[in-house]
Design a protein around this ligand. Structure first.
Ligand code: PMP
Length: 288
């Protein structure tokens, strides 16, 4: 039985309660963050809390607690649940108010946090790589805000599963009418071209500004990889020599099949492997 945090209290998960009028429940009116825990310590956490502030500001949801206070709660949950490896999830909603499309004038935001234990560093999928299906991107147009409205992403993942794939990469037509990959269902998408260039979509409203994406681009610069931040087509993806995804809980995870096309020789490629091990080494040394 886990201890979770709900609006100022640490309670057993079965005793945790949120109002049926909570706007997160009724309108999906909330945002979230996921920080990974390695050896009981938080990875890239300051960047996750900075993005939380950005999401809250974008939607005019008042911050329920300062960064120091949130960090203290994250650490309390790690200790109380003896979490060695996994994630700390945190969600802020606009809180409970009588049901109305109008935002309440004086919102009382809800803050909920819990831990999930899972293998991150030793994830066996990293050895074999993932298969991804290409599916239409049905999400709204402000994907840079990390909202809890994850149904389109969850649906995309289920469509991929129906095709026997591990995950989905989402595709939509840009302004020029050409289809391009936006990102993975819950991760950023990278490819390596035949001439060795690492390509990932540029930041904008079309994708979430992944914290792991940013860290991996820093590592790529340190090892002098050629990098292009731009959108790429499904055809380019299928012709890539390597591919991978990044997210807080998957780090760098190789992709070996895209829409049935085998990538490289069908095994995780050298650049993906190198970036994964560099990311893990950095995470281990910098976690707080
Ligand atoms: N894109 C989407 C749509 C996501 O949901 C996530 C993870 N929540 C990411 C990218 C990866 O972001 P991060 O590296 O910050 O976990």
């Amino acid at each position: 039985m886990r201890t979770v945090y709900v609006n100022g209290e640490y309670v057993a998960e079965r005793d945790a309660k949120i109002s049926v009028f909570d706007r997160g429940f009724l309108f999906g009116d909330g945002v979230y963050e996921v920080s990974t825990v390695l050896d009981g310590k938080l990875v890239d956490n300051a960047a996750h809390l900075a993005r939380l502030d950005r999401s809250l500001q974008a939607l005019s949801i008042p911050s329920p607690a300062g960064d120091d206070e949130i960090l203290e709660i994250q650490r309390q949950l790690i200790v109380r649940n003896a979490l060695e490896e996994g994630v700390v999830y945190l969600q802020v909603t606009r809180g409970a108010a009588d049901r109305s499309f109008d935002w309440p004038e004086q919102p009382a935001p809800s803050l909920v946090m819990f831990t999930q234990a899972k293998p991150v560093r030793g994830n066996p999928k990293a050895e074999v790589g993932l298969s991804v299906a290409l599916v239409p991107d049905l999400r709204w147009k402000r994907r840079d805000i990390k909202t809890v409205t994850l149904l389109p992403a969850s649906w995309a993942k289920m469509q991929a599963a129906e095709q026997g794939c591990d995950d989905a990469w989402m595709v939509e037509a840009d302004e020029d009418g050409v289809e391009r990959v936006t990102e993975g269902s819950s991760n950023n998408a990278f490819i390596v071209t035949a001439d060795g260039v690492l390509v990932t979509r540029n930041l904008g409203d079309e994708i979430l500004h992944g914290i792991t994406r940013r860290s991996v681009l820093q590592l790529a610069a340190e090892i002098q990889l050629r990098v292009e931040e731009r959108a790429f087509t499904p055809e380019e993806a299928k012709a890539a020599t390597e591919a991978f995804i990044t997210s807080a809980s998957s780090f760098v995870m190789p992709v070996v099949q895209i829409d049935g096309a085998v990538i490289g020789d069908g095994a995780p490629g050298p650049i993906s492997r190198r970036l994964r091990s560099l990311y893990i080494a950095t995470a281990e040394s910098e976690a707080i």
